[in-house]
Write a new protein. Structure first.
Length: 338
């Protein structure tokens, strides 16, 4: 094995929290990569199970594994970002504690990225559906796999194609979960990290944000395995925070499209295609509907929705500014359509 490098080519970033059940298989898949010039960055988010002991066991036998501890629990998305910030590699390879990489995953993605001059590359993924996962949701994952494949028939999406797709398919994940990606560090320097204001679609929004600036490319091979079970954050978010997923995420994404400076390439495309006014109307309509849902919800469900609304409004105050003229404009447009 090569000596440890202070600047490896690739950092495999594994954010963890109470992940003992599947973590050993995850770490083994990261360490068994055909590309040796990597480091494994594990950031533990104040676990209370055997997560840390498992990682320390690997550290004892492989110098490429590095472990960091958060003094307090940051939450899923902030811990993703923390793992990236602790990485030393030129390229970032996200990997979650439940999931695994094929042995040639990192090497194949890196070669593809260099050959295609792509700063954000991905691969197809397969699924493992555990027994405790809601059976009726399998088709959602399998359908998304087909959707991703259909968008990358030629292996590359240019920034203007991504802008159009993001406006037409608002909130749809056309790239996959973070485990499919290899991302150059400069992308985070340019467009920022994953947005923890989003309940469910933080990866979807990041692909658009990065894609409209750099484009996206895809290796049309299954090189990673995504494990779906009842304890995944996606499953828990949908069960407990449906309002935040279906309404607030849409509001935040539209807010980014219209006001975030890094989305200027998307706004240029929107104005050229006369779609910009529709985005503006859709944003204020979504703000109005989301706030109405909060105001009309009964306790105790209303408390959770109000907390979610206030959390997002504190980060992006503009969403709470649904003035009377915007409300009147909304009703005029509804009457016009009627």
């Amino acid at each position: 094995m090569a000596p440890q490098s202070d600047s490896p080519s690739v950092s495999v970033c594994i954010p963890t929290y109470n992940g003992a059940k599947y973590l050993q298989a995850c770490l083994e898949s990261a360490l068994n990569q055909t590309l040796d010039d990597i480091e494994i960055v594990v950031v533990d988010d104040a676990s209370t199970d055997d997560t840390v002991a498992i990682v320390e066991h690997f550290i004892a036998s492989d110098h490429r594994v590095r472990l960091f501890h958060n003094e307090a629990n940051l939450g899923l998305v902030q811990n993703w970002n923390q793992s990236i910030k602790n990485a030393r590699g030129s390229w970032i390879k996200p990997l979650f504690q439940d999931d695994t990489l094929d042995p040639g995953c990192v090497e194949t993605l890196l070669k593809h990225a260099i050959d295609e001059r792509s700063l954000v590359s991905g691969c197809f993924r397969r699924f493992i559906f555990e027994a405790d996962f809601l059976k009726s949701s399998e088709q959602m994952y399998l359908g998304n796999r087909e959707f991703v494949s259909s968008q990358f028939q030629h292996g590359v999406l240019r920034p203007e194609e991504i802008a159009t797709l993001a406006m037409d398919q608002l909130g749809s994940n056309f790239f996959g979960e973070p485990i499919v990606a290899l991302i150059h560090r400069s992308v985070f320097d340019k467009v920022g990290y994953f947005d923890d204001a989003l309940a469910q679609r933080c990866d979807t929004e990041f692909w658009v944000r990065a894609g409209v600036n750099f484009g996206l490319s895809m290796v049309r091979e299954d090189l990673a395995t995504y494990r779906v079970h009842g304890s995944t954050t996606s499953a828990q978010n949908y069960a407990r925070r449906q309002f935040a997923d279906e309404w607030l995420d849409q509001v935040v994404i539209l807010h980014h499209f219209l006001f975030d400076p890094v989305y200027e390439p998307l706004r240029i495309i929107a104005k050229q295609s006369s779609e910009f006014r529709n985005l503006v109307n859709r944003f204020w309509d979504s703000c109005h509907y989301a706030r109405s849902i909060v105001q009309e919800a009964s306790c105790p469900e209303g408390v959770a929705k109000k907390n979610d609304w206030e959390r997002v409004a504190n980060i992006y105050p503009r969403i709470a500014d649904v003035s009377i003229d915007k409300t009147i404009s909304r009703w005029v447009r509804h009457l016009g359509r009627a």
